[in-house]
Design a protein around this ligand. Sequence first.
Ligand code: ZN
Length: 374
Amino acid sequence: MNWEFSMPVKIYFGTDKVKELPQIIDSMGLKNGVLVCSKTLKNNGTAEKIIKDCCGRITAVFSDIRPNPTTDNVNSCVAVLRENNAEFAVALGGGSPMDCCKAACAIARGQDEIESYHTGGKKIWAGETIPMIAVATTSGTGSEITNISVLTDMKKGVKTPMNDPLMYPKAAIVDPRLTLSVPPRVTASTGLDVLAHALESFWSILHQPICESCSLHAARLVFVYLYKAYTEPDNLEAREKMAEASIVAGVAFSNPRTTGSHACSFPLTNLYGVPHGEACALTLDYFTRYNAEAENGRLHRFARDCGFEDAYKMADAITELKKKTGMALTLSDIGVKTDEEIEKLTELSMHPLLEKNPIPLGYDDIKQMYHSIK
Ligand code: ZN
C-alpha cells in the first residue's frame, strides 16, 4: 500500500481562542491585513469586534460574497487585497468566505483573474500568494484546513473545486463559542457535511491509515453529538464536539478527497439551491449501502466501530438523522419533478470525484440512484 500525507496548517482549537488572533498575526510577522467575511458577520458586529481587537492589524473588510462563492466574488476580493497592499487576509465564517478568501490569497500579488487558474489551467505561483488565517464560525466544511476552494463560474456555468499545495491556510482558529449562534437547520446541514467528509474519505480508493483514523473519530462524534447540537444550540459541549468532528474530518478528507455524495451535491446545489451539507446528505445513506461490501467489507468494520451492527444499519441511522433534523429525504422534497430533470442531474453529476469510489459509479448507476430516491 502506497500513501502520502501532508497537513501544513497550524490549528488553534478551544473556547475563546479567537482572542489570540492578534498574537497569532504577530507571531507570523504580519502587519497589514484584510478581513474577508459574509455580509451577516459584517452586519451583526462580529467583524467589527475582531477588527477592534486586532488594533490596526486589519485595515479593510471585504464581505461581498454569496453562498457558494463565484469567481466574480473572488476577483472583487482580489481587487480589495491589491488596493490595500494586503500582506495577509483573515477569513471569518463558514465555507463560502473561506473558499473565496483562499482563492483570492493564492493570486493576490499577481495580475491575473481567478478564472485563468480555476478552469484555465494556469499554475499558482508562490510569489503571487499571501498567507491566510482562517477563523471558522460553523462546524462543517473543514475548509479552514484544506487547500481546496469550490468556486462557481457563472459565465461558464461550472461549479468545481480548485486546489493547489500553495492554497493551504497558514493557520486555522477553531473557537466553538463562535458556533453557538448557528441556527438549527444550518447546524444539521453542516454537521451532515462533516459526516459525508468522514465516510466518503474512508471509502475513497485513496484511503490511507492516518486519514481513516480521523474519519472514524469524526463520524463517531457526529453520531453522538449532532442531534444534541441541533436540539440544544446553547450546549457548549455539543458545539465543541461538533467543531472537533469538523476539523478532524477536514484532516480525513484532505488527502483522500470525497466521492459520490460530493459529486452529486454540486448540481443539487446549483440547480435546486440545496445547502451544501444537505445536498451531500441526500445521497449519503444510499452510497453507504452501495459501498457496504467494497474492499472485503471494511465499511462494516467502520460501522461496528461506530456502534452499529453493520454498514446497512449505519445507513439507516443516517436516514433517521436526516428525518429528525428536517433535511430533505427525496428528490421531490427539493422540487425535482420530472424524469428529464433526473436526466439533467445525472449528466451534471458526472464529476471526476466519482472515480474515487471503490465500486465503479457510471452514468447508469447514478441515474438508478436518483430514481431510487425520487
Ligand atoms: Zn463538503
